[in-house]
Design a protein around this ligand. Sequence first.
Ligand code: IMP
Ligand code: MG
Length: 178
Amino acid sequence: MNNDIAKVLLDETQIAAVVDGIAEKINKDYKNEELVVVGILKGSIMFLADMFRRLEVSCSLDFMAASSYGSSAVSSGKVTIEKDLSSDIKGKHVLVVEDILDTGNTLSYIKDYLKEKEPLSVKICTLFDKPSRRQKPINPDYVGRTIPDLFIVGYGLDYNEKYRNLSYIGVLKPEIYS
Ligand code: IMP
Ligand code: MG
């Protein structure tokens, strides 16, 4: 493990346990339902791939990409959709899968946007939640871990597009981004 850049927060075994727990809840809640899982690119990919394989409900997969971050560790607050859905979600249950819910700007924009497409329901599943930094009144329906105001990387999460490939999740050392 590359401990020079990040201090381990969750190792691979711990991540698997968190993902299992979330999938179990989703399987219970959507039993006998049809679900459209919408992964938010790119940060959710590892979490999504592992979680999706544990789903036992009837489900399809779609993706969206949005940006609010630019290239720094501070949210710009302005959200743009860079990739839209390729399927029709009208009358369907939608589960949005995100890596981390921070200010809430991205997910509240995406949730409002999806609701205009008249789905049956829209729920939010996030691997991490940083509620202390919230700027928009949005709460996740499924959360892996709630964390304080730390900047984390690995398992899909990036800093300036780097470190997504780490197999663990680590707290980025402040000297790297300050
Ligand atoms: P929000 O719009 O402020 O809630 O930001 C959500 C997005 O910011 C996430 O999808 C991440 O891409 C990014 N983000 C927020 N906190 C972190 C972090 O600690 N590590 C890596 N990316 C983060
Ligand atoms: Mg992201």
